[in-house]
Design a protein around this ligand. Structure first.
Ligand code: GTP
Ligand code: MG
Length: 198
């Protein structure tokens, strides 16, 4: 699938104010700084669409981007950023939870994890939470340019082992990506294209 148009639609902290068109949407979630906004820019071939930063905590709102006039990519704030205040954390948590639990046209969540790190408790908790609320999700390993291919495969195998040990029956659909060298771009876009066609 090719992206021919990508437009910013709205940012907000109130899931009720998200666009009300019943179009499929795909949300990017994961720890702060894992590369959610960068991945959206990589997929859409637009370096300036979603705001990125070397410092964690950049994305603070729910951001809708309309793609090819008929589906949405959604950039979300990261979780697990220690330096935001407790009240900010609680606010994020509230609207993110509300978004995942109430957003009817949420088609699939992409849970991003840094391929260099072993499975983190907070990510496993979030994955289990998505399982509990029955939101379909994929795992996206990010920053694959930082390690070699063999190491990347080893990281995925280790992740799989951890998930199986955490009561998952199988490794969910997953993608190895890099926003630097565009690894995984076609795979992620083809997946979205297939789901949209179903
Ligand atoms: P928050 O909005 O703070 O939650 O962060 P985020 O998950 O949106 O991360 P963002 O896309 O802003 O990227 C964080 C940092 O990681 C930036 O310095 C990016 O340049 C860098 N980065 C993101 N993806 C990649 C990648 O695939 N490879 C490399 N080498 N760096 C990356
Ligand atoms: Mg971001």
């Amino acid at each position: 699938m090719k992206i021919t148009s990508a437009e910013f639609v709205i940012s907000n902290s109130d899931p009720k104010k998200c666009p009300n068109e019943p179009l499929p949407e795909y949300a990017f979630i994961g720890r702060s700084n894992v590369g959610k906004s960068s991945l959206i820019n990589m997929l859409t071939n637009n370096k300036n669409l979603a705001k990125t930063s070397g410092r964690p905590g950049k994305t603070q709102l729910i951001n809708h981007f309309k793609i090819n006039h008929n589906w949405f990519l959604v950039d979300l704030p990261g979780y697990g950023y220690a330096k935001v205040s407790k009240s900010v954390k609680a606010t994020f948590q509230k609207f993110i939870t509300e978004y995942f639990e109430k957003r009817e046209n949420l088609t699939c969540a992409f849970v991003l994890v840094d391929i260099r790190h072993e499975a983190q408790k907070i990510d496993l908790e979030f994955i289990n939470y998505l399982g509990t609320i029955e939101v379909p999700f994929c795992i996206i390993f990010t920053k694959a340019d930082k390690i070699g291919r063999v190491k990347a495969q080893e990281a995925v195998a280790a992740y799989r082992k951890t998930l199986l040990a955490n009561n998952w029956e199988e490794m969910p659909q997953h993608f190895i990506t890099s926003s630097e060298d565009k690894t995984g771009k076609d795979e992620v876009l083809n997946f979205i294209g297939q789901v949209n066609d179903d």
